[in-house]
Write a protein that binds this ligand. Structure first.
Ligand SMILES: *Cc1c(COP(=O)(O)O)cnc(C)c1O
Length: 363
């Protein structure tokens, strides 16, 4: 039976009334960007909701959120990073004229393998850009020790981490910088958008200036910058959405638990969550025994008008603009991992249907 198309995700929107109640003031203020009151307000509200130590700096997307700390600190040479992520993690490093040095991932957590980092450090290494992939924290304590020993800057790409806590702290509090994305496909979104959590207090002004053309007043220029400001229209989406986030995360938890109960785990597995994590249910990845099984299952779902996504494929060490290198674990996981549909409104009938199709396909 052909049903309505189901994608891997569907953007959650606040009601029109909620959005209008936030943007209404723009017709009086006529102030659409340049850190207007909605942006400033959202920064405070986010800090309060997430419980972070620092106030986030809202920016126009999660890619610039990564590039700005690299640029501002004038990082150069080699940057240690993970091959298992969205392409923006690597492209940000290359765009800023640094060389990505890949370190393979842990096969269970799918985050960078902290035990392989030291072997990849050379005299040219300046930073570690690691990803809390799918919202699963990296081994942050171990990475911190390595970074202090070799005097490296730590930037966490925390694009999947809205609401994640680790050891009773917001995951955004870890690293010299944590960056995130508020793209429409992410758990919390502003249409397009992102944020930088600058935990290295001595860099706060530098990061601010870099996101605003290098100046912090009409006549005060401090050097090179770019325009990475978030607009009031984007921030208004976030303001309207924020009060719904407990509901959104709660619904996604229920959907995830439905999959947990109904999938047949004989031949497929889930990545492991690190101990001490308060999870946000941002993604539901499953890992097959081999790529053939994945393709067979994907085809069966596609035929039923269901479109999971191969996040993340291919492994980033095979991008055309990096030096080719084998990353056996990441190469294998990339070939065998599929993210299942997960969004508010995915009803139990559809969930049963998806689970049944998967179970029949991997049998
Ligand atoms: C989405 C994403 C980004 C990029 O964020 P944009 O807001 O789309 O620029 C970066 N890193 C990871 C891991 C992502 O998933």
């Amino acid at each position: 039976m052909k049903r309505k198309r189901i994608n891997v995700t569907e953007t959650y929107l606040p009601s029109k009334e909620e959005y209008e109640s936030v943007i209404g003031e723009l017709w009086e203020t006529k102030w659409l960007t340049n850190r207007g009151s909605i942006v400033l307000n959202l920064e405070k509200k986010l800090q309060n909701y997430l419980g972070t130590e620092t106030t986030p700096l809202l920016v126009s997307n999660g890619t610039l959120a990564l590039q700005i700390p690299i640029k501002a600190l004038q990082l150069s040479g080699e940057v240690i990073t993970t091959p298992f992520s969205y392409v923006a993690t690597t492209s940000a490093i290359v765009w800023e004229n640094c060389t990505p040095v890949f370190v393979d991932i842990n096969p269970e957590f799918l985050t960078i393998d902290e035990n392989k980092i030291e072997a990849a450090i050379t005299k040219n290494t300046t930073a570690i850009v690691a990803v809390h992939v799918f919202g699963n924290p990296c081994a942050v304590e171990k990475i911190e020790v390595i970074a202090r020993k070799y005097d490296l800057t730590v930037i966490y790409d925390a694009a999947h981490c809205f609401g994640v806590k680790y050891r009773d702290k917001s995951i955004f509090d870890y690293g010299d910088f944590s960056t995130t994305s508020f793209h429409a496909t992410k758990l919390f979104h502003t249409g397009e958008g992102g944020a930088i959590f600058c935990n290295d207090k001595s860099s706060t002004d530098l990061i601010y200036n870099h996101h605003n053309f290098g100046h912090d007043g009409p006549l005060a220029f401090h050097g090179l910058g770019i325009n990475a400001k978030m607009s009031e229209l984007n921030a208004a989406m976030g303001m309207a959405l924020l009060p719904n986030m407990d509901y959104v995360i709660g619904e996604r938890k229920m959907i995830s638990e439905h999959y947990d109960r109904n999938l047949n785990w004989n031949t497929i597995r889930k990545p492991k969550l690190r101990d001490g994590v308060e999870y946000n249910y941002a993604y539901y990845p499953i890992i097959f025994e081999n790529e053939k099984q994945l393709i067979k299952t994907q085809n069966a779902l596609n035929e039923a008008n269901i479109f999971p996504r191969r996040y993340f494929y291919p492994s980033l060490n095979s991008l055309p603009y990096v030096a080719p290198i084998d990353m056996p674990v990441s190469d294998n996981v990339s070939e065998t991992i599929l993210c299942l549909p997960l969004f508010v409104g995915l009803d139990s009938k559809s969930l049963n249907w998806i689970s049944e199709l998967i179970n029949n396909s991997v049998d």
